[in-house]
Ligand binder design. Structure first.
Ligand code: AMP
Length: 216
């Protein structure tokens, strides 16, 4: 069993790595961005509320996210471990996570921070294309076999609203202002494992695996 957090700026490759880790170790991949987008698609009250913030590239308020994570971590599939992708993104979210996992009698094993310079992040986000199955592509660096179609499920690829240039800038500002302090927060707790995220998907995955193997 392994309980992990993936940290990193938007475009660092958290989602791509999270899908691979969750498949290999058979643990649920909990992406708060995916949970929010699913609520938007289903037109729930939460989705309507969150969309305003997300389209601008701003963070959704902590109280909303803390509620989502509290509910999700109380589901039984997390007994075999979990991988958080996109949560926590602020110090209050990290403190709440500590309280929630204490309360359910679990512990965090590691916080994996994927580091990528800004100019690379901006290029990655501008060319990113997503599929509803969770796969992601890049028009130049990682194109699908058939233009506009997912290699895994054949689904139609789309560009996320918040990958538009203005929203990307706001997301990076929020990242440095609100999320970056989590690196020191988790370093002080002895949980931080930082890695260079500019290599190939497979090389980064290998490095993450070597961290996980030491925990298992
Ligand atoms: P992501 O898919 O992780 O890039 O998240 C997309 C957007 O969802 C973010 O830009 C935020 O608007 C919102 N979001 C996702 N996770 C969080 C979080 N932990 N705290 C606040 N907002 C979040």
């Amino acid at each position: 069993m392994v309980n992990l957090v993936l940290l990193g700026a938007p475009g660092a490759g958290k989602g791509t790595q999270a899908m691979k880790i969750s498949q290999l170790y058979n643990i649920p991949h909990i992406s708060t961005g995916d949970i929010l987008r699913d609520n938007i698609e289903r037109g729930t009250q939460l989705g309507l509320e969150a969309k305003k913030f997300m389209d601008r590239g701003e963070l959704v308020p902590d109280s909303v996210l803390i509620g989502i994570i509290e509910d999700r971590l109380s589901e039984p599939d997390t007994d075999k471990g979990f991988l958080l992708d996109g949560y926590p993104r602020t110090i209050p979210q990290a403190q709440a996570l500590g309280d929630i996992i204490d309360h359910i009698g679990k512990e965090l094993d590691a916080v994996i921070d994927i580091e990528v310079p800004d100019e690379v992040l901006v290029k990655r986000l501008a060319g990113r294309r997503m599929c509803r199955c969770g796969a992601s592509y890049h028009v130049i660096f990682n194109p699908p076999e058939v233009d506009g179609k997912c290699d895994h499920c054949g689904g139609e690829l789309y560009q996320r609203d918040d990958d538009a240039e203005n929203a990307v800038k706001t997301r990076l500002v929020s990242y440095y202002g609100l999320t970056y302090p989590l690196i020191d927060y988790y370093r002080e707790k002895g949980l931080l494992k930082s890695m260079n995220g500019t290599g190939s998907v497979d090389d980064i995955f290998k490095e993450i695996n070597s961290v996980i193997e030491l925990i298992l």
